[in-house]
Each structure stands twice: as C-alpha cells, then as structure tokens.
Design a binder for this molecule. Structure first.
Ligand code: AMP
Length: 216
C-alpha cells in the first residue's frame, strides 16, 4: 500500500501520516523533514533552503529530486510508502509518476485534507515538533502528554516558518501550486476528500475507512 497525503500547511498531514506509519507499518517520505535535516546540517545548501522555506515559497524541483530519488529505489520500503508534502506542484507530480513506473510502485489512494485559511493559521501557531522523535503536537488541540509522548518536553520546539506572515504565503503557495495537482489524481480515480476540520481521531477513522474500502 502506498499513500499520498495532501492538504494546506497545518491540515494535519504529518499527524495523520504518523498514525498511518504506526498502524500500517509504512515509511513516511516527508520532503519538509528531509529539507529541515539539510538545514540542521548547516551546509551551504541548507542555508539556501532555509531562506526559501522562511519565505513560504517552494524549494526548487532539482533539490527535491535529489532528496527523494534514492529513497524510491530502495526495494525494502518501496511498497509501504506514505508521501507527506510531496509532490507539491505539477512538475514534481509528473516526475514522481515516471519514478513510480520505473520502480513498479502503485499509488493506492490520495487523501486530500481540507482546511480553511483561518483554521490553518490558528493550528500552525500552536504547532510543536519534538526534535528527538519527530512527532508533532499542538499546544491548543493536541498537547504533548505522558500518554502520547515518551520524550522530555524540552525537545519540543516551534518551526521557524510557523509564524503568521509565512503561514499566509505558504497557504497561498498551496492554493496556487499544489491544489491543481489534485485533478491529476482525480482523473485516475485515486482522490479522496477528507474533512480536515474534524477531530484528529475522527479524521483518522475516516482515513481507515477509505483504506479498508480500497483494500477489499
Ligand atoms: P512542510 O514541512 O511539508 O510543511 O514543508 C515546509 C516547507 O518546505 C514548504 O513550505 C516548502 O518551502 C518546503 N517544501 C517541502 N516539501 C517541498 C516540495 N516537495 N517541493 C518544494 N518545496 C517543499
């Protein structure tokens, strides 16, 4: 099973992808996480990436291509993938399609989490990520507790691109560049719309329902 999760920033893609990774033993490919790793390594490329991310724009397709091409060729994981935040524009979608055919990987479903601009802003301002385990929480909607998080709270941090000005740019970039991709997957009958405003558990239930309806 291979899944693509779409949605504007703050739609809950990472949270739902983490749930699917845990319960279906999938491997998450988050280009955002891969880019942030590059930034943490403080390379020249990392510095360039940081300034693009902090403007709310998309990083170039060349950079993204280099980050993901080796992952897809790994036979051990290449039929248990969940794509979070990739592809992000029509060109990346076409390139991914070519790679999928090359490695004989079939997309089982494409989930689009729908959330409006105001909710996105509210959610992102509360978002916290654990630098130790990579899990995502939200100060207001899903705080880190002893039950859902093993690491110390000192590892929780806010992303540098999670401020109101950048969020609006990221949202607008999503509408302009990413949303048009959905038609590509709709034409292949792979697209499923999900109400991203529901409770995290209810969204997850809906996603599992979609997955079960595909697998049977
Ligand atoms: P995310 O963690 O998915 O919200 O991504 C954070 C930022 O990384 C985005 O706002 C973009 O600047 C950049 N980014 C992540 N994935 C991609 C991608 N597939 N193509 C271009 N830029 C990306």
């Amino acid at each position: 099973m291979n899944i693509i999760v779409f949605g504007p920033p703050g739609a809950g893609k990472g949270t739902q992808a983490d749930n699917l990774v845990r319960n279906f033993k999938l491997h998450k490919i988050s280009t955002g996480d891969l880019l942030r790793k590059e930034i943490d390594n403080n390379t020249v490329l990392g510095k360039k990436i940081k300034s693009i991310i902090n403007s709310g724009q998309l990083v170039s397709d060349d950079i993204i291509r280099n980050l993901i091409k080796n992952i897809l060729s790994n036979k051990k994981i290449n039929n248990k993938l969940i794509f979070d935040g990739y592809p992000r524009n029509l060109n990346q979608t076409k390139e991914l399609d070519i790679l999928l055919k090359k490695y004989n990987i079939k997309i089982s479903c494409v989930l689009s989490l729908n959330v409006d601009k105001q909710s996105v802003i509210k959610r992102i301002l509360g978002r916290q990520t654990c630098s130790n385990c990579g899990l995502t929480f939200n100060e207001y909607f899903k705080p880190s507790t002893k039950d859902n998080h093993e690491c110390d709270n000192k590892f929780l941090h806010k992303r540098s691109d999670d401020n109101e000005g950048i969020i609006i740019n990221r949202y607008d970039t999503y509408i302009k560049k990413t949303l048009p991709i959905l038609n590509f997957y709709k034409e292949q009958n792979l697209l499923h719309q999900v109400n991203g405003l529901a409770k995290i558990e209810d969204i997850y239930k809906e996603i599992c329902h979609i997955i079960n309806s595909i697998e049977t």
